[in-house]
Structure formats: structure tokens, C-alpha cells
Write a protein that binds this ligand. Structure first.
Ligand SMILES: Cc1cc2nc3c(=O)[nH]c(=O)nc-3n(C[C@H](O)[C@H](O)[C@H](O)COP(=O)(O)O)c2cc1C
Length: 172
């Protein structure tokens, strides 16, 4: 089985998870901005994406590469401030072309927000968002930042890959 990881992130946490997963399972890791990032060369794909403004940042790339992604086995890991919840599942579902959503396993990982790394404008947007956020924990995270990045949380992704590799061995 030939597998690879394709990720989209902005502030480093999705890249960090992609690199840890790559180390754990021995797959090459590609930033989707890399022109060499060609999913059609692989039969097992791990797709990683940050959530920004309630959407997967990888969604445009998914639409552009739909024909190369369909029919290949896929695991998606999202990286967000919010933890796993129906709300997060809805954001992910809205960002995915329907045909891919049905063919994908999703694992929700939690990221990092460092206010010293975002622009003044983004900080204002986050502050505004916090004013309307009914969840006190999420409100605090938006205002002051957070760091939930944890290497151990990649284990469900690694386990899905192992299960897939095991099934492949059984049918060979
Ligand atoms: C501008 C901006 C918008 C964000 N929007 C959301 C959001 O809608 N939901 C959420 O759970 N987290 C949101 N976050 C938190 C990010 O998902 C989190 O910081 C993630 O780790 C970013 O991944 P990256 O470091 O790979 O860019 C947002 C962060 C920023 C800076």
C-alpha cells in the first residue's frame, strides 16, 4: 500500500500533527501548496486540515482535486479550537463535497491559537466572535488563545491506518 499525508494549515499546528503522523506510520507529508503534492500517486490518503471560520481550510483543494481523491481510501483529521462535537461535525460536513464525506473517516484533533502570531485584524475578529459565543470556555479561548496540541492525540489516526493495512494484508 502506498500512502501519503496532505495537509492545509496556517499557523503550524496542522503541520505539526501531519509531521508526527508521518513519523509514526512512515508516510511522506505534503503541504497542499507544494506543486509536487499529487494525491493520484497514492492509494491511501491522510488529509489534514485546520478549521478556520467554521470551515476546513483544505476545502477548495478537495474540490479542485475531486477526481484524484474519489475511489481512494481516506482519513481526514481536522485541527480546531473546538473539541469533538456535533457542531464540529457540521462544520466538517459543510466543507466536504458530499461524495467524499461518504468515503472518509474523520478524527478531530485540537490545535493552538497564539495571539502573538495573528494579525491585529484577526485578533479583532476573534474578540468580536467571543462577544457572541455562548460557551464560556470557547469565549476565553478566542480572547486569550489556547494550546491543546498533544502528540498522543494522533493515536486514533495511526490506528485507522493500521486497520487498513491489516485489511490489505488479508485480501492479498
Ligand atoms: C482566524 C481564525 C479563525 C478560527 N476559526 C475557528 C473556528 O471557526 N472554529 C474552531 O474550532 N477553531 C477556529 N480557530 C482555531 C484554529 O482552528 C486553531 O488555531 C488551529 O490550531 C489552527 O490550525 P493551524 O495552526 O494549522 O493553522 C480559528 C483560528 C483563527 C486564527
Amino acid at each position: 500500500m502506498k500512502g501519503a499525508i496532505f495537509y492545509s494549515g496556517k499557523y503550524g499546528s496542522t503541520e505539526q500533527y501531519a509531521s508526527w503522523i508521518g513519523e509514526a506510520i512512515g508516510f511522506p507529508v505534503f503541504d497542499i501548496k507544494d506543486p509536487k503534492a499529487d494525491p493520484s500517486k497514492y492509494d491511501f490518503l491522510i488529509l489534514g486540515s485546520s478549521i478556520l471560520y467554521f470551515r476546513l481550510s483544505i476545502r477548495d483543494w478537495l474540490n479542485e482535486n475531486l477526481s484524484k481523491l474519489e475511489g481512494r481510501s481516506k482519513v481526514l483529521f481536522s485541527v480546531s479550537g473546538a473539541g469533538p462535537s456535533p457542531k464540529l461535525n457540521r462544520w466538517v460536513a459543510k466543507s466536504l463535497p458530499a461524495v467524499l464525506a461518504a468515503q472518509m473517516e474523520h478524527v478531530a484533533l485540537r490545535g493552538r491559537l497564539d495571539h502573538t502570531k495573528v494579525s491585529w485584524w484577526v485578533k479583532q475578529m476573534l474578540w468580536m466572535g467571543s462577544l457572541f459565543n455562548p460557551d464560556p470556555g470557547a469565549r476565553k479561548d478566542e480572547r486569550y488563545g489556547f494550546d491543546y496540541v498533544d502528540r498522543n492525540s494522533i493515536e486514533p489516526v495511526v490506528e485507522l491506518v493500521r486497520q487498513f493495512q491489516h485489511q490489505e494484508l488479508l485480501v492479498e
